[in-house]
Design a protein around this ligand. Structure first.
Ligand SMILES: Cc1ncc(COP(=O)(O)O)c(C=O)c1O
Length: 394
């Protein structure tokens, strides 16, 4: 790790941490666009072939571009080590499947990003792993779900797309004395807004495709935790083939250097748009933890430094109103994904109709009038004008 303990500021670490891993005099590091690396001697080759996470052996095992991002992410999240993967789902899959065996039990939330829900609902039970789903806003439901064979509590906060909050301190107090592993999806918050490891959560996963990359041009994931956990998950990711390309690693590092600046702006735009929409007569509800009306606003304030650019909004006119709003926006674009420079908007019930049955959508509050907005980096007055003119047409 190249981190110098003298430098504590978030943005300084985002820029400085990878510097000593550059290996060249180029200020912008090269892209190690290679699948494999040479060894000088048979002994060197044999040694590196059995090393943990070597950065210069074979790119599926690691690569200098991965190493630079991993060191930076570990520093920003406050972990000992990190692993980057070819997508957020690659990281989640390796994080969960790499730890569990038949007979284990998992406690998870009723709401998660839909891909994680598919893994928990459709795949883990086929491998003899039982999952109990709880309302993440209820600490007693988490406590009641624990069994002697519970091996993992998997949380996501704020959750996609309804922005409910999980009480991280409570989860750690529940899990630690029982030796239960805890993993938190920190995609929405980013380490700018929330540091789950600082509460004692064992590991963090990211869809780095989102805020970490920040430019809608890279698909990537990350796992951050202790060195031991990261090595364990790396061994699984290695056989799962969840490898990140060197170029995508390079793009991720470029994104990370401005993470603090971007997320500050996302936070400001998110709060401004949420506040505007909350007062609009065609909107029945805004889900945004930064609003005093959010049922868990106080909890959000206690564990988050900012409230992200993510919000979801329920329209009084149901599906027709949601469709009309999305179709009438000029700045905001109808597209999946989130956390990038440009404002994106989706209708979650349509986007996840394959992964989430009507029954699951009804049970988890993903209504036909719900839209999810990823507020970008545009100027706040323009964003509000755009939503105003589009709502006038609803
Ligand atoms: C919260 C969250 N976690 C994980 C993922 C999966 O990430 P990826 O699409 O990079 O596989 C997503 C994707 O939208 C997400 O929103």
């Amino acid at each position: 790790m190249s981190e110098d303990k003298d430098f504590e500021g978030f943005q300084t670490r985002a820029i400085y941490t990878s510097k000593l891993l550059n290996r060249t005099s180029a200020i912008s590091p090269p892209i190690w666009q290679t699948t494999t690396f040479s060894a000088d001697t048979a002994e060197d080759f044999a040694e590196i072939a059995v090393a943990n996470k070597p950065s210069e052996f074979y790119t599926r095992y690691g690569n200098p571009n991965h190493e630079m991002v991993e060191a930076t992410l570990a520093s920003l999240e406050g972990g000992q080590a990190a692993l980057v993967t070819g997508s957020g789902m690659g990281a989640i899959f390796a994080a969960i499947a790499g730890q569990l065996k038949a007979g284990d039990h998992v406690v998870a939330q009723q709401n998660h990003y839909a891909g994680a829900t598919s893994l928990l609902r459709d795949i883990l039970p086929r491998w003899g792993i039982d999952v109990t789903y709880v309302d993440q806003t209820s600490n007693s439901e988490f406590a009641d779900a624990i069994r002697p064979e519970t091996r993992l509590i998997y949380v996501e906060t704020p959750v996609n797309p309804l922005m409910q909050i999980t009480d991280l301190e409570f989860i750690v107090d529940l899990a630690k004395p029982r030796g239960i592993l805890t993993i938190c999806d920190n995609t929405f918050s980013t380490p700018v807004n929330q540091l789950p490891l600082s509460y004692g959560i064992d590991a963090v996963v990211h869809s780095a495709t989102k805020y970490i990359g920040g430019h809608h041009d890279v698909t990537a994931g990350a796992f951050v935790g202790s060195k031991d956990l990261v090595e364990k998950v790396w061994k699984f990711a290695l056989v799962a083939g969840a490898t990140l390309s060197p170029f995508d690693g390079w793009l991720l590092l470029r994104g990370l250097r401005t993470l603090g600046l971007r997320v500050d702006r996302h936070n400001r735009n998110g709060l401004a748009l949420a506040s505007f929409l909350e007062t609009h007569p065609k909107v029945s509800r805004v889900h945004y933890p930064g609003l005093a009306s959010h049922p868990q606003h106080e909890l959000a304030r206690s564990q988050m430094n900012g409230f992200t650019g993510m919000l979801s909004v329920e329209l009084r006119g149901g599906y027709a109103a949601a469709d009309r709003l999305i179709s009438s926006l000029k700045l905001a674009t109808r597209a999946a994904s989130l956390g990038g420079f440009e404002t994106l908007i989706v209708h979650p019930a349509s986007m996840w109709s394959l992964q989430l049955s009507q029954q699951v959508r009804d049970a988890t509050g993903i209504t036909d009038g719900l839209v999810r907005i990823s507020v970008g980096l545009e100027d706040e007055p323009d964003l509000i004008r755009d939503f105003q003119q589009a709502l006038d047409k609803v």
